[in-house]
Ligand binder design. Structure first.
Ligand SMILES: Cc1cc2nc3c(=O)[nH]c(=O)nc-3n(C[C@H](O)[C@H](O)[C@H](O)COP(=O)(O)O)c2cc1C
Length: 495
């Protein structure tokens, strides 16, 4: 058994050992590959990194990513020095805000969760969840696009009872909403993705489990209720045997659909997150004679941050193409849906290849900035699938989903009117559990249900079948008016 003293000697980039859950790992050769960069590992070189590791990684990540010979074995617990984490004044202030956050009952809509999250989440977690690509234009456009669709309600219909339940890929869902996949849930709350599993069970909706969850896939499935329907989101690993194993594991555990992410040939450049890394680096190498970016008010990008966002080297494959999708069809009976389709030509191809559907999505604006909103792409896809393939929508055999910027039941109803089977929601649920745990997600779902009920009545639709294209005026949907956000680097430079 190794001693803490021995481990402490390997505290440099030439020889870097760390302790995680009482075991020692030699990560020297992994430093440059680490998706979060080498600096954060080096901070814990020769030390116990468990507290930093836990919120971000599934428990088995280090074991599965490092070759066996780099697992150096257990360490004598009483010989390991405790890593003191200093509580800064900023952190003290944040903890005070956590204490004083509004009662859950005061949260009136999904935007409120975001407001509270921004005030009380740890900076790193907020940066990861809220960031989007480059100038974040697409992220804002995702919600703004819903503002360009207006209702044409019907009157004098009996809406005493309204029913917003539906079927998604043949499975019951209490509303036309599912929880979209988002990585690293534990950054926001110790129970991370399990908050979503539990709330989904309570509310009868479906959770899409991400490949890069911070709990292991089995842990998330084990936390589901008997019969609870879950979907799986797949990042196709360069090593197709890894991809095959993930698909087979999902199918064996009863996952009902495979959503393959197709908008991520490379990770988008999320500058809010990069800026944070940069700021942290500046803190550690504080040199009073240096002009910092904050002082300059413009982009004085260090070498580290000017690199593309570090990405898991094998998790995303820029070589992924249609022939791989055919291969997936050959290895699974699960329905396959492409997540991240952004124009009608690709939706048509997916239909022609016999897939079960598409999610019209731009990854919450985190990938290609200036990609169009999912709701705009929906209208275009429906039109062409009707014109060219004689389909009707919503369609049972080929289902269209939308995600990105859905914050209100009115957004959901607009998507349904335009032909979507259901919509995916990402950030609002992350903010809900980051601020109030599972109660937050349950409250968010209660809000959505109340909004759905009210708005179905007000548009004069007793069921979702009555929410038809004629109920909306989407004639302005593809007019792109970009409001430049006040907090963007672009805007700061124009001041
Ligand atoms: C923090 C975060 C992590 C995400 N991680 C993934 C992921 O691992 N795989 C994936 O396909 N999509 C991922 N997404 C995209 C979501 O599945 C979804 O497309 C997006 O969040 C919808 O936009 P919204 O956040 O405005 O609702 C992530 C989104 C966020 C905000």
């Amino acid at each position: 058994m190794l001693s803490g003293k021995e481990v402490a000697q390997h505290d440099s980039k030439e020889s870097c050992w760390i302790i995680v859950h009482g075991h020692v790992y030699d990560v020297t050769e992994f430093l440059d590959e680490h998706p979060g960069g080498s600096k954060i590992i080096l901070k814990y070189a020769g030390k116990d990194a468990t507290a930093e590791y836990d919120p971000i990684h599934p428990p088995d990540a280090i074991k599965t990513n490092l070759p066996k010979e780099k697992h150096l074995g257990p360490v004598q617990p009483d010989t390991v020095e405790k890593v003191e984490v200093e509580t800064t004044d900023e952190e003290k202030a944040r903890l005070e805000r956590v204490e004083n956050k509004p009662a859950l009952a005061e949260i009136l809509n999904l935007h409120d969760f975001e407001y509270v999250a921004r005030q009380i989440m740890p900076e790193k977690a907020w940066a990861y969840f809220s960031s989007a690509a480059e100038d974040e234009i697409t992220m804002r456009e995702n919600h703004a696009a819903f503002h360009r669709i207006w209702f044409r309600p019907r009157i004098l219909r009996d809406v005493t009872n309204v029913d917003y339940s539906t079927k998604i890929l043949g499975h019951n869902s209490s509303m036309p909403i599912y929880i979209s996949a988002a990585a690293l849930g534990k950054l926001g709350h110790p129970d991370g993705e399990l908050n979503l599993t539990r709330a989904a069970a309570k509310h009868g909706i479906i959770q899409m489990i991400p490949t890069l969850a911070s709990f292991s896939f089995d842990e998330i499935v084990d936390n589901a209720q008997p019969g609870q329907v879950q979907f799986f989101q797949l990042y196709v690993n360069k090593n197709r045997e890894v991809a095959r194993r993930l698909v087979e594991q999902a199918e064996a555990r009863g996952i009902k659909a495979l959503f393959i992410t197709v908008d991520s040939a490379q990770l988008g450049r999320r500058e809010k997150a990069l800026q944070l890394i940069q700021d942290m680096n500046q803190e550690h190498t504080s040199d009073p004679s240096k002009v910092t970016k904050a002082q300059l008010g413009t982009s004085n990008v260090t070498q580290e941050a000017s690199k593309p966002m570090p990405a898991p080297s094998t998790v995303l494959d820029p070589g992924l193409c249609w022939k791989d999708i055919f291969w997936f069809k050959s290895i699974t009976k699960m329905p396959i849906i492409l997540k991240g389709v952004q124009c009608w030509e690709d939706a048509l191809e997916a239909y022609d290849q016999g897939l079960a559907g598409c999610v019209l999505s731009n990854h919450g604006g985190r990938q290609l900035d200036f990609s169009r909103s999912g709701i705009e792409v929906l209208a275009e896809c429906v039109k062409h699938l009707i014109d060219k393939r004689d389909l009707t929508f919503p369609n049972e055999k080929f289902q269209l989903f939308v995600d990105g910027g859905v914050r209100r039941a009115t957004d959901v109803l607009k998507a349904v009117a335009l032909g979507a089977t259901a919509v995916g929601i990402g950030r609002p649920f992350l903010y809900a559990f980051s601020t109030y745990g599972v109660d937050g997600v349950n409250h968010a779902l209660d809000i959505l249900k109340a909004e759905l009920e009210m708005n179905l009545r007000l548009v004069g639709a007793p069921t979702l079948k009555d929410v038809v294209p004629e109920m909306v005026d989407a004639s302005n949907l593809s007019s792109h008016i970009v409001a430049v956000p006040k907090d963007s680097l672009f805007e700061k430079n124009c001041e």
